[in-house]
Design a binder for this molecule. Structure first.
Ligand SMILES: [Zn+2]
Length: 340
């Protein structure tokens, strides 16, 4: 049996998924290990350990592995890391893809090819793949993933991931937001001001919460302010409070939904996708109610329709289906594509 492994390397944990030649997911339960941030060597070694644990779970050996896919937060071009907010600085300028390839060969005694993709692109590819299996016609999707930052991806009708000349394709989070949805020009992690990410992400919730709680005394009756902890902890609690109808929390999500709708319209005018998939924490069905998700999409879609062309008005919006599996599974599938 020949399989493909995908290793999704995050700032705190590593998740591994596997698929077979047909692309079927073989790992219902994800193998997870902690990301070892002590040194470059330790960072690569923990990926090898996580992959090995997945093989033991599947009762297979390295000889069964046709290729490995590796995903990390970006920006990164074919494994060559640039400075990344969620990963240690010693990775900057290192080629994590070729280092993993070398470490795997040392561990297994076999040369196993490793391909690299940004984690957002990998997750979007898995969402595209499962939908394409159900459809009779070719289709494309844009994925928008609000998390700590704002990830985005475009998968074309042939299943190609838009990576770009410098690995910066679909950096939607750093497109400037229209002043109507900007409200204030907040500083962005990229060093500029006013990016879409500064409104439509956890970072965005923190900015808005910080401003609103300072300037708007009338908000002081809301539950958000009674939440213990700093602005980040309050921002993490905002989703739960919005579902309970807290007015400030609802206002923050309405602003975010509008920023996301505008971002979706910008991408629709550039790549005209068949479907827009919303991922990130908001898509977590165990953490949000259907009513909350429906309201969010309705607001996002109304803003989308104001800015997209009329013929695009009915572009469907859907929620990501695969949860935490998406990125590891997606990059395993992309490793499979390279072998075909
Ligand atoms: Zn930015």
């Amino acid at each position: 049996m020949s399989i493909f492994l995908g290793v999704d390397v995050g700032g705190t944990s590593i998740k591994v998924a596997a698929c077979d030649q047909a692309g079927t997911l073989l790992t219902e339960e994800l193998e997870q290990v902690e990301t070892d941030r002590a040194s470059l060597q330790a960072f690569i070694a923990c990926q090898v350990r996580a992959l090995g644990a997945c093989l033991r779970y599947l009762k297979l050996g390295w000889k069964n592995v046709a290729a490995v896919g590796q995903a990390t937060p970006g920006p990164c071009n074919d494994g060559l890391m640039e400075k990344t907010a969620n990963l240690p600085d010693f990775l900057t300028g290192q080629n994590v893809r070729s280092l993993l390839e070398q470490a795997l060969e040392q561990d297994s005694g076999i040369a196993i090819p490793v391909c690299y993709y940004n984690d957002g692109n990998a997750g979007a590819y898995a969402e595209w793949f499962v939908r394409s299996q159900r459809k009779s016609e070719k289709f494309s999707l844009v994925a928008i993933q609000p998390g700590t930052g704002l990830g985005a991806a475009y998968i074309d009708p042939n299943g190609n991931v838009l990576v770009g000349a410098h690995g910066c394709g679909m950096e939607l989070g750093h497109v400037l937001l229209h002043p109507r949805y900007q409200l204030r020009e907040y500083p962005c992690g990229c060093g500029r001001r006013g990016c879409i990410e500064t409104m439509c992400s956890l970072q965005g919730l923190q900015h808005r919460l910080g401003t609103l709680t300072k300037i708007d005394e009338s908000q002081s009756a809301t539950e958000v302010l009674k939440t213990p902890g700093d602005v980040k902890q309050k921002a993490l609690a905002v989703r739960t409070l919005a579902m309970r109808g807290d007015p400030l929390a609802l206002r923050l999500f309405t602003e975010q939904a509008k920023a996301l709708g505008y971002a979706a319209a910008v991408t629709a005018l550039l790549v005209d996708p068949h479907e827009i998939v919303i991922g990130g924490g908001l898509a977590d069905r165990s953490a949000t109610t259907k009513e909350f998700r429906d309201d969010f999409v309705a607001t996002a879609k109304a803003t989308f329709q104001e800015h997209a062309f009329p013929v695009q008005a009915n572009t469907p919006f859907s929620w990501a289906e695969l949860g935490e599996t998406a990125q590891g599974y997606g990059v395993a599938l992309l490793a499979r594509n390279r072998q075909h």
